[in-house]
Design a protein around this ligand. Structure first.
Ligand SMILES: [Zn+2]
Length: 160
C-alpha cells in the first residue's frame, strides 16, 4: 500500500487528474493532532471516487485520530459527510453489494483497496484495515475479504 505525506498546505500536492476536488490540507484539517502524518493512498482515492459518484460536495470530517481506537488511530480510516440522500444511497449500495448485487460505486471502492464500510446515520466511514484478525463478520467478494458495520450510538459497532 502506498502512503502519502499529509501536510497543512493549501495546495494540490496530489495529481489534479487523480484527486481533482481535494487539497492535501483537507485531510490534515480533518484530523485532531497538529502534525504531519502518512496516510494510505487508497483513502485519498476513495473519497474522490465517492465525490465523482455523487457529483456533489463531500466534506472530510475525520482522518487520523491520535487519541482514538481502531482504524482511525492506525491512520487507516476516513469519515466524510455528504447530503442525507447520498448517505442513504451509499448505505443501500453496501447492503446490495453484500447481497451480491452490482454497484459501480462499491466496485470502485473495493478495487481501490477499501475493506471496511461504516454505515453511520450522518456520515460515511471507509477504511482499508486488515480484517483478517477482526472478530466482526466478514464478507467475501472478488477482491477478497471486507466488512461492514454500523455504529449503534453507544460504544459498539454492529456487524452487518
Ligand atoms: Zn470513521
Amino acid at each position: 500500500m502506498k502512503w502519502i505525506q499529509i501536510k497543512d498546505v493549501d495546495d494540490y500536492a496530489l495529481s489534479r487528474t487523480e484527486t481533482p476536488n481535494f487539497k492535501l490540507n483537507e485531510f490534515y484539517n480533518a484530523s485532531t493532532p497538529n502534525q504531519e502524518f502518512s496516510y494510505p493512498r487508497p483513502l485519498i482515492y476513495a473519497v474522490q471516487i465517492f465525490r465523482d459518484w455523487i457529483c456533489d460536495a463531500v466534506f472530510i470530517t475525520s482522518t487520523y485520530r491520535e487519541f482514538s481506537v481502531g482504524a482511525h488511530k492506525e491512520r487507516l480510516a476516513i469519515d466524510f459527510v455528504s447530503s442525507q440522500s447520498f448517505t442513504t444511497k451509499f448505505h443501500n449500495s453496501v447492503m446490495n453489494w453484500i447481497l451480491k448485487e452490482e454497484s459501480s460505486l462499491i466496485y470502485k471502492l473495493r478495487e481501490s483497496g477499501i475493506t471496511g464500510f461504516g454505515l453511520e446515520p450522518f456520515c460515511i466511514h471507509l477504511d482499508c484495515g486488515d480484517y483478517g484478525f477482526d472478530k466482526r463478520i466478514h464478507h467475501q467478494d472478488s477482491f477478497g475479504t471486507y466488512t461492514a458495520f454500523e455504529w449503534n450510538g453507544v460504544d459498539v459497532n454492529r456487524s452487518i
